[in-house]
Ligand binder design. Sequence first.
Ligand code: ZN
Ligand code: ZN
Ligand code: ZN
Length: 283
Amino acid sequence: WLKGLLAPPQECPQWAFFAHTLISEAALASPVVKPRARISSFLQTWSPSLKKLSPHLNRIIKTAKIYNIRWEAISINNDIARRLPVWFHIGASNNLNKLNNHSYATCLREKHAVTSVGQLENITARQSPLHRQNKACTCKHCDHDRTSFNCKKPFKCAKLANEILKCILPKWHPKTCTNGYSLIISPEQIPPENNPEEKTEFFDPTFPSPESLKDGFRAFVTSKQPCTSSAIQSPITPGDIPHLTTITITSSHRINRDRNYVSGGGAFFGQDDARNLSVNLPE
Ligand SMILES: [Zn+2]
Ligand SMILES: [Zn+2]
Ligand SMILES: [Zn+2]
């Protein structure tokens, strides 16, 4: 049941669509979230009041709380960053709080029909040299906003959209979120397997972005503030050829007198290498 609810309303089964409506009607009084800004309590920073929900929905929401189910990812690609709801965004600075209910935010929601980060970003792309900071601006974007959306002050809406976008933290921002990064090794660098007892495993440092909003939910997420900077690979110095490091690891574990697991191990980089590590088994 919970699974069907986690997807944003436009991607979920019909029963969940009604459930989303009920949940949004049960929104807590604080923060003030205008009905149009309520997209999914699982993808935004507002919550429903448990008391106002039917016992069934109440149980579903409680389960999500008990297991600490949250949308979280180490890497977010820009397609996913654009699909996330922009109002009450889960990865924004506190400055967004006062902008969510700004009067031009109402115009952006009701007239321009903005729900996602991507839609808001499109409004900020007013690159025309003809664009002017006044309500009579005749650039094609402002003209379109006035005629198709009946917006009275397109330049104000575009300006607010810009400010809102600035509140989205780097990891979540479509311009600064993770670009593709990968482990690059050439086939010649793969050492031959000479001893069947010693299996070589490649350490892959990539954390792929979720492919859809549904894929981004995680259970047992720490209650600590998640990291908000984007995942990056340390830059390679020009002319520096990437080389392969082989690390031999050992580990052992046993059960002690108190029936607890105790473990130890080591990592061997090479003779007299400062990076060699060992973790001792406690006595
Ligand atoms: Zn304009
Ligand atoms: Zn437009
Ligand atoms: Zn407007």
